[in-house]
Design a protein around this ligand. Structure first.
Ligand code: PEP
Ligand code: MN
Length: 357
């Protein structure tokens, strides 16, 4: 059982969710302070900047390192904003704590390594600093949960998740695929855990950030974590995805914040919801019927020495279903995915049946 306590600095106020903003990397004292002043003027309360940068490939800017902690200290004293930075090992944790950093975050590449997360948890034992854990770079929910368990076991309670998207070989639009169902499942598994969305790393391109930020609000995100740089074109890391403070102001001005449903809203939606429940129930019954039929065909194939997978048949029904779905305005990608899933289950049932006879 992971015990979660509130992170005051990241509490919503006046129906608006908190926004953490700042450059990908702390590059120089001027860049940091210039950026911080503009963001403070926008009402941003928590400033982010990477001091140690985990780069996928060597030979890139790896952060200004420990001297940058002093620049963050100046941000605090000059603007009153709280500051947060990424830590990936004991040395980072010790230096960040000593410098009075208010919130730490664990990066996506670090969350994938249980050794690294354990090392950080051990270094934090006995403190109660808030820690934000980015999702692991691969779509593996258990690694993300494992990181929270390690921190929780070390006594940390002020925890939150950052959903920054997942690496995917097929993703074309975004740098990292959102896979919204994963943070939804994370919330179910760790009740009370705030989930903050990082639309900057997800998008990879500044022009897609506002749309993803709004989507995050539609998915009930508890906060936004956004990269902003005074001059993104000159940034030393993540150039394409950083917003100028002006662009960030425009984005926040356009965000639609949702209200909680009132009894009248619930009453209006109720008949639709019960209809949906009926349809879902019917879907389950139809699927059960479908797999019963699959079982009978599987038995026949087995007795008559026929392969379980019949690719020609699969391709032709898949195309037929896409055409039918398109007539009803369904999305082609969705139909293909749905039938891939049903077909995979069908094959699994037939293999099971064969092994059990
Ligand atoms: C960052 O926030 O700049 C960063 C390195 O993020 P991630 O770990 O999500 O790639
Ligand atoms: Mn970045």
């Amino acid at each position: 059982m992971i015990e979660i306590e509130k992170i005051e600095l990241l509490e919503a106020s006046q129906g608006r969710i908190p926004i953490v903003a700042g450059p990908c990397s702390a590059e120089s004292e001027n860049q940091v302070l210039d950026c911080a002043r503009s963001l403070a003027a926008l009402g941003i309360k928590v400033f982010r900047a990477g001091v140690w940068k985990p780069r996928t490939r060597p030979g890139n800017f790896e952060g200004a390192g420990t001297p940058a902690l002093e620049w963050l200290r100046k941000v605090k004293s000059e603007t009153g904003m709280a500051v947060t930075t990424e830590v990936a090992n004991t040395r980072h944790v010790e230096a960040a704590l000593k410098a009075g950093i208010d919130i730490l975050w664990i990066g996506a590449r670090t969350t994938t390594s249980p050794f690294a997360v354990q090392e950080i948890a051990d270094a934090l034992r006995g403190t109660d600093i808030p820690v934000l854990v980015k999702n692991p770079i691969n779509a593996e929910l258990e690694l993300w949960i494992g990181a929270f368990e390690r921190l929780s076991e070390a006594g940390l309670k002020r925890l939150a998740a950052i959903h920054r998207g997942f690496s995917s070989y097929n993703e074309r639009i975004y740098r990292y695929s959102p896979e919204w169902q994963i943070p939804i499942e994370l919330r179910r598994r760790i009740p009370g855990l705030p989930v903050i969305c990082d639309p900057s790393h997800m998008a990879g391109r500044s022009e897609l950030v506002p749309h993803l930020a709004q989507m995050a609000l539609d998915m009930k995100a508890d906060g936004l974590f956004i990269e902003a740089h005074p001059n993104p074109a000159q940034a030393l890391s993540d150039r394409a995805q950083q917003l100028t403070p002006e662009q960030l102001a425009e984005l926040t001005g356009k965000l639609v914040f949702h209200r909680d449903p009132e009894p009248a809203d619930t009453a209006f939606m109720e008949p639709y919801r019960s209809k949906l429940e009926e349809v879902d129930l019917k879907l389950i019954q139809d699927l059960a019927e479908r797999f019963r039929i699959t079982g009978s065909i599987g038995e026949y194939k087995n007795l008559n020495n026929l392969a379980i997978l019949q690719p020609d048949r699969y391709n032709s029904i898949s195309d037929e279903l896409v055409n039918e779905g398109l007539k009803f305005g369904l999305d082609e990608k969705f139909i293909r995915l749905l039938f891939e899933t049903i077909h995979a289950e069908s094959i699994r049932c037939q293999i099971n049946k064969k092994n059990n006879t």
